[in-house]
Ligand binder design. Structure first.
Ligand SMILES: [Zn+2]
Length: 272
């Protein structure tokens, strides 16, 4: 599943393809991708729309239209966009096709069919409920420390709650806790302020590092197979390293299950 840094790179790849383009027709081939709108309604609402901007809120990709409407897309497990010229054949699982005014087609493919699209003018509650963007000025150290102090949940759980701290999936939460030297099972409100500051910085560093490394994703919307997210080898400090020596101290990395998700940590380095 793409995490926030990967979605950021999808947005960056989409921008030159769609911004300033007009949607000539919108074909919804699998209704469940856009619940709440009929297939003709989908086309009617999007037809002749000029895309003025493409951005992101959390993992929701937002296409802003000249009409004031927004088309949001959540990729979920396997959703992806590809941009095709007229003579390229459609890839498998092409569930939504946007015909653009430069004769290209922006195609949304999704093998698992969990991806979702939605058209709105006022942001729906799942967007409004999201915590501040983790790399924005609104995600302050004070906000983070205050959020921790209000929760007795284990830190790992709190870090995954997108309404409290946005942007960390399982991998990045585990990595940030390791960087900060914090035990993932510790109650959030029991973390000392200096350690909370370290964790705050570790969250920003982990996400920024992942975004900076994103050039290795090689997202190429023109690749009909849309192989992005697939290949590149990533180096995780503790994630999926159970039994291996800690990169800092050599102690064996442990794995525990929290809320059904695997957590990896160094018992020696993460003792706070
Ligand atoms: Zn260690």
């Amino acid at each position: 599943m793409p995490e926030l840094p990967e979605v950021e790179h999808v947005v960056r790849a989409l921008s030159p393809v769609v911004v300033g383009r007009r949607i000539v027709a919108a074909e919804l081939n699998l209704k469940r991708i856009a619940p709440g709108v009929s297939r003709p309604g989908f086309d009617r609402q999007l037809r002749n729309s000029l895309i003025t901007e493409v951005g992101r809120r959390g993992k929701y990709i937002l296409f802003k239209l000249e009409s004031g409407q927004v088309l949001s897309t959540h990729l979920r497990m396997t959703g992806k966009f590809v941009a095709l010229t007229v003579d390229q054949t459609l890839p498998p699982y092409a569930h939504v096709i946007f015909y653009l005014d430069d004769e290209r087609r922006l195609v949304f493919c999704d093998m698992r069919q969990f991806g979702r699209m939605r058209l709105f003018t006022k942001p729906p509650k799942e967007l409004l409920a999201l915590a501040p963007e983790p790399l924005s000025d609104e995600f302050t150290e004070d906000y983070f420390i205050d959020t921790l102090s209000r929760s007795r949940r284990p830190l790992k759980h709190l870090l995954l709650d997108q309404t409290r701290v946005l942007g960390l999936g399982n991998i990045y939460a585990v990595e940030a806790l390791f960087l900060a030297g914090v035990n993932p099972t510790k109650a959030a409100n029991k973390l000392s302020k200096p350690r909370a500051r370290k964790l705050y910085q570790a969250i920003r560093d982990t996400l920024q590092e992942a975004i900076d490394a994103g050039s290795t994703l090689r997202i190429d919307l023109a690749d009909g197979n849309g192989s992005y997210f697939a290949a590149p080898e990533r180096f995780w400090r503790v994630y999926e390293r159970a039994g291996e020596p800690c990169v800092k101290c050599g102690t064996k990395i442990r794995r525990v299950v929290q809320g059904g998700r695997s957590t990896y940590y160094c018992p020696k380095c993460q003792n706070r």
